[in-house]
Each structure stands twice: as C-alpha cells, then as structure tokens.
Design a protein around this ligand. Structure first.
Ligand SMILES: *Cc1c(COP(=O)(O)O)cnc(C)c1O
Length: 417
C-alpha cells in the first residue's frame, strides 16, 4: 500500500490532500507519511524475526525527532555518527544499549558523551581511534564496547560517492589488518571487544555484494573466536537501496533471506543500520512553480525548492521523481526543473518529461524522505523548510519553517569594524 496516492486527480498523503497542507504551511516543505515509516520499519524488522537481531536505524538519513520517536516506539535502536546525533537519539527516548556509534572522525568529547550515555558499542574505524577510546574510557572509569569496522573490499556497484567498502575508501580498517588490531584492542584495559562491523555502501540494488561481504566478515569472526575473542555482535551496516526511478532493489525479505543463509550457524546477534530503505520513500518535498520559462533550446520550470533544500541531484546527479500534485492536466513537457539558487547545479531534474506544470502549480519531488532535509543548508540565506508528518487524517508540523532571525542566530557585529 502506497500512502502517497491520488484521489481523483489530487495527490494525498494518507488521508490528507497535499494541497491542503501546502495551504497551511506554505511551500516548500518536506512531507512524511507516518504509516509508511512504520511499515518500512516493521517490514525490515519482521524479515529478521527468526534470528537474534537489533535494528539501529541510521539517523543521518532522516533525523527529525518525530521520525526517530516513531522508530523508538517500534523497538528500533540507532546508528549515530556524531555527538549531535547522540543528542537527538537520547531526546527521542532511545534505549542507549541500542545505540552504535560509527564514523571515521570521532572527537574526544563525542566519545566521552557516548560513554556517559552507556551506548552499546563504538564501530571503530582506525587503529588510533582504538587508543583514543581506550584513553577516554580510562579517564571516565568506563569500559567501552567496541567493534572494528572492517573494510571487506567488495564493490557495492553503486555511486562512487556512496561506496564505502572498497580498499581505497577512507572508511574502516582493511580486513587483512583487522586481526592485528583486534589483538591490540583486547589488550587495552578499558575496551571490551564485542563485535565486528562493516558497511559497504549505500543504495545497493543487488544482494550479492552484501553476501560477499558477509562471507568475508564471517571468516574474520571465526578467526577471532579461534583466538578467544568473545564476538557477540555482527553489524552489517545499512545500504539497502530503494526505487527512485526504475531500480529493482531486493525487498527487505529477500535481503534478509540471503543474509540469514550466509550467517547460518554463526551464533551472533546481527545488527543492521538501515537508513534510506526505511525513510527514502516515506517522504516527498512539496514545491511550487514560480515561473515557467520556455527557451529556444530548453524549457525551465523554476520552482521554489532548491539544492539547499534537497542536495541529492546537485551532489550526485541523482534522479528524483517529479509529480504534479494535481494531475488534471494530462499534457507533458520536457524541461529542467530548477531552483532559485545562483548555481547551475541547482536542479531537481534535467531534460525530463514531466507534467505540463504551470505557474502556481504544486509539484512533489518524490523519494525525498532520506538524505533530504538532513543534507539541507542555508545557502543563499534561505531559511530551512518545515517538516510535516501526516498520520491518518492528522497533519503535524514536526519542524517549523526557519525565520530570518534563525538565519543570523549566533552572529554578531563587533563594534570596532
Ligand atoms: C550512512 C550509513 C548507513 C545508512 O546507509 P543507508 O544506505 O541509508 O541504509 C549505515 N551505516 C553507516 C556507517 C553509514 O555511514
């Protein structure tokens, strides 16, 4: 069941016409369907029901507190990559024993905050980080649970910017070197080695790279156990892809089946860090057409959302679907859908056949629930847009539109300029 459906010609989110929400909050805005978020989380979790597992939703995909709370209420933990994300995780009421902390550049104060919060484990990405966590934990009189993020050197066959598990990546420790680092970690008094971690990339549309990675890390787990390490958690990261255009990614059930098969007999708690697959298609960005400019060689539909609101097309050249909120007009045009920002990279779609939108029409940029708002900025001094969640027939503004005052918060003008 898709919760972004047309009723007649009018796009609705669950029970509510998108047009009504636009009239209430103005445009642009992000719109999330609570039923979709919930369904995606439950589909993922239930696929692993037959094995011990922990789902740690990756906060960076969509970190709105209402979204996080929706997941906490369904038993989810979180994968965090910063002190700020830890702050959000704790605010949402997450059990800290369901939090894993990834990222190549953790700072001392962030490590300290995570230790004080008593998180489950750190996914350690370098030899030096082991030393630092050991030191900080020692200072606090704590023991830090750790997994080493290993780099299994498999090609996830996705966009290079979101490939993370190959030898040349900045992430993790090469799997060949990991045994040595685990031995060092085991000797450090304030670390407790509890897991092995990998995350090979994002927007994967095949199961095989995951299975290849699992085979490699499984061998490592067995080797580590052979040396007496008590490995209880195998964190397989996130990365499952979604349909933006015509991709045909494995369903969570297919993904789970392949992974469960690949770890059979291993006796570990599996940890997953899904982000995009949960939130991506649970949200849209609603925007209004400001002007339509018909050129000699190209048509431009100029909308009020821009690359600062949704960076993915500018950053990766990604495809985002464009739909008319009212689809009564059946004609189409081929156009670039662009924003007001002073950059040629500021587009939502290029040379795309889209509904013949007219000035003042509303459009939905689809599949915008993950890496949408979280990657937004204030570039061109544009206030960040509101986030709205619909649950059934209820419309909840879960983040207000920023004001001009918000734009200059913290700035000052020294007197002796
Ligand atoms: C970004 C990230 C994820 C989530 O990736 P998705 O592709 O959104 O599922 C999980 N784990 C780590 C370490 C990440 O950096």
């Amino acid at each position: 069941m898709n919760h972004f459906q047309y009723r007649g010609d009018e796009l609705c989110c669950e029970e509510v016409p998108v047009r009504e929400i636009a009239a209430q909050v103005g445009t642009p805005f992000y719109l999330y369907s609570h039923a979709t978020l919930t369904r995606h989380m439950e589909a993922f979790t239930s696929s692993f029901a037959s094995v011990p597992h922990l789902v740690c939703y990756s906060i960076k995909a969509n970190s709105n507190l209402a979204v996080l709370k929706t997941f906490v209420n369904r038993g989810s933990g979180f994968d965090i990559v910063s002190g700020g994300e830890l702050f959000r995780a704790m605010k949402s009421g997450c059990d800290p024993k369901k939090i894993v902390y990834s990222g190549v550049g953790k700072k001392d104060y962030e490590i300290e905050e995570a230790l004080n919060a008593d998180i489950l484990m750190f996914n350690v990405e370098s030899s030096q980080e082991l030393e630092t966590i050991n030191e900080v934990a020692g200072r606090l009189g704590k023991k830090a649970g750790i997994a080493i993020r290993v780099n299994p050197d498999v090609d996830p066959q996705t966009h290079p910017y979101i490939s993370t598990g190959m030898k040349k990546a900045k992430f993790g420790i090469n799997i060949g070197q990991a045994l040595e680092d685990y031995r060092r970690a085991a000797k450090m008094p304030n670390l407790e080695v509890i897991g092995v971690d990998c995350h090979i990339g994002s927007q994967l549309t095949k199961v095989s790279p995951f299975v290849d990675a699992v085979k490699k890390v499984r061998e490592l787990v067995e080797a580590l156990r052979g040396e007496g390490h008590n490995i209880r958690y195998l964190d397989l990261g996130g990365g499952l892809g979604i349909t933006y255009k015509d991709e045909n990614p494995p369903s969570p059930a297919d993904y789970a089946e392949a992974i469960i098969e690949a770890v059979r007999g291993l006796d570990v708690t599996l940890v997953f860090e899904p982000g995009r697959v949960i939130a991506g298609n649970a949200g849209i960005l609603v925007t209004k057409v400001l002007f339509v400019k018909e050129g000699e060689t190209k048509n431009f539909v100029i909308v009020d959302a821009a690359m600062n609101d949704l960076a993915r097309p500018a950053l990766y050249g990604s495809y985002q679907g464009i739909q008319a909120v009212n689809r009564a007009v059946k004609k189409t045009i081929t156009a670039d859908v662009v924003g007001p920002i002073c950059e040629s990279g500021d587009f939502m779609a290029q040379d795309r056949e889209i509904p013949a939108l007219r000035q003042g029409d509303l459009a939905a940029v689809t599949s915008a629930g993950a890496y949408g708002f979280t990657m937004s900025s204030n570039y061109n001094s544009r206030p960040r847009v509101p986030e709205v969640m619909v649950k059934g027939d209820r419309v909840m503004v879960v983040r207000e539109r920023e004001t001009y005052e918000d734009l200059v918060r913290g700035e000052s003008i020294p007197e002796d300029l």
